[in-house]
Structure formats: C-alpha cells, structure tokens
Design a protein around this ligand. Structure first.
Ligand SMILES: [Cu+2]
Length: 252
C-alpha cells in the first residue's frame, strides 16, 4: 500500500509540475498572439478554457483513481459497501459546480465575443473589402480600387485567390454569399465567419503581423468545397497601396 501511495503522490507532483511549467510559459495551445487584434481577444479565452479543462480533468482523474486504489474490497469485509439511495450534500455539490463552470465560461465568452464583433462607425473604418463566397472559390472586391473589373479578384478551385490586408490599419470585411453557406476561416487569425445568402456579415480587425496565412472554407458547401482555399497576405501599408493601384487599371 505504501508503494501505491508513493506512486500516486509522485504522479500528482509530476502532473502539477507539468501544469505549472505550462502556465509559466503561457502556452498558446496551438495559437499565437499578436497576429491580428482578434487574437488579442481570443487567445486568453482559449488559454483559460484549456487551463480550466486541465484543472477539471485532474480533479476528475483523482476522483476516479483514488477510490480504485484506496477503497478496494478488503479481506473480511462484505462484498458490497453500504448502499445509499440519496446523498443530498454531494448532489448539491455536483449541481452547483457544473453551473459555476458553465457560468464562468459563458461570462468570459460573452465579453470576448462582444469585443470581437464590435463595429465602429463607418467613417472610422480605414479599409473595407467585400468578401463573397461562391461555389467554389472566393471573390475579393476592393472598393478603394474603383469600379473597374480589376477591383474584383475572383479565384477558382484551381487558382486560389489572395486577399491583401494592410498591417496596422483597421479593416472591415463584409461577407456575402453567391449561392450557399460558406465558412471563411483563417486558422492563424483565430477567426471564422459564415457567408450566408441574403445576409451581410461584418467583421472588423487590425492585422498586426506581416506574413502569408492560409485560409479555407470550413462549411461543407458542395463537391469542390475542399478546393475553396485562399491566402491572406498581410503587407505594409505602402505595399497595400501599390496593390490597390495595380487593381485600378481597366485591363482585364
Ligand atoms: Cu464553401
């Protein structure tokens, strides 16, 4: 029994050390901070949810392992322990604790969600880009580039389009759909939004880190859904302006 106890305390010490070291480095659990302003809101929620899940998981594991080791049938004892129909204090605890967990998760989710979905007055938006989901690609329209045919970039399942965004500038994306529901998802941005026929969804954020990011459609939308890929290039403001200038020409 002593060796079992020692093994268990070793297991507990090891897992709490692992947990503490994960906390001190504040792992992104697969995501990075500082890519867009959305990440600044989402990352702490994501980390908090994982840490809360780890704590709940550790307590659950202990509650499973503890009786299995320390409350085994002993020599000379009856085969079944005392049977209870009710245990009111425990029932109260396992009703209140999950309610508390759900309330805390709900509160932080609601706070972060309203920060992410907040829209500023139109005049304060530096750049607006129209994003349209089409079977089976994406269409990006830059009103800043005028009304010429080149102001709209349309991808195909074979030739995936690129969305250009200026670093450090507020960008609003307006999402519409040409046909069915699609999902605009850029994993590194910690963001996905649906394009819905007859509805315009909007999102506003500031791209912060220069780079090229992969995007996909994440709502099954038809046979070539899997080819609805695109890239997002976050470039400097100068590069963005020269890209807009290159779209201004009327040559198709
Ligand atoms: Cu799609």
């Amino acid at each position: 029994m002593k060796s079992v106890r020692r093994a268990l305390s070793l297991l507990l010490t090891g897992s709490s050390l692992l947990f503490l070291s994960a906390c001190s480095e504040v792992s992104g659990f697969g995501y990075e901070k500082g890519i867009t302003s959305v990440n600044d809101h989402s990352l702490s929620l994501w980390q908090g949810a994982w840490i809360a899940a780890a704590v709940v998981g550790a307590i659950t594991l202990i509650l499973i392992i503890w009786p299995a080791i320390f409350h085994r049938r002993k020599e000379g004892k009856p085969e079944f322990p005392k049977q209870f129909q009710y245990n009111i204090p425990i029932e109260v605890v396992y009703t209140i604790v999950p309610l508390l967990i759900v309330s805390v998760l709900f509160y932080f989710t609601a706070v972060k969600q309203s920060a992410i979905t907040k829209l500023s007055p139109d005049a304060q938006v530096a750049h607006t880009i129209e994003v349209k989901g089409i079977q089976w690609s994406w269409q990006f329209t830059y009103p800043e580039a005028g009304t010429g045919p080149n102001a709209t970039v349309t991808g195909t399942p074979e030739k995936w389009p690129t969305l250009y965004l200026p670093q450090g500038q507020s960008v609003r994306l307006n999402f519409t759909s040409n046909d069915v529901v699609h999902g605009f998802y850029v994993p590194k941005f910690m963001y996905q939004i649906q394009t819905i026929p007859g509805v315009t969804n909007r999102v506003e954020f500031i791209p912060k880190k220069l780079g090229t990011y992969e995007g996909v459609c994440n709502i099954l939308c038809g046979t070539s859904h899997t080819y609805m890929r695109f890239q997002v290039k976050v470039v400097t403001n100068e590069q963005y302006q020269s890209y807009i200038d290159s779209l201004k020409g009327n040559v198709a």
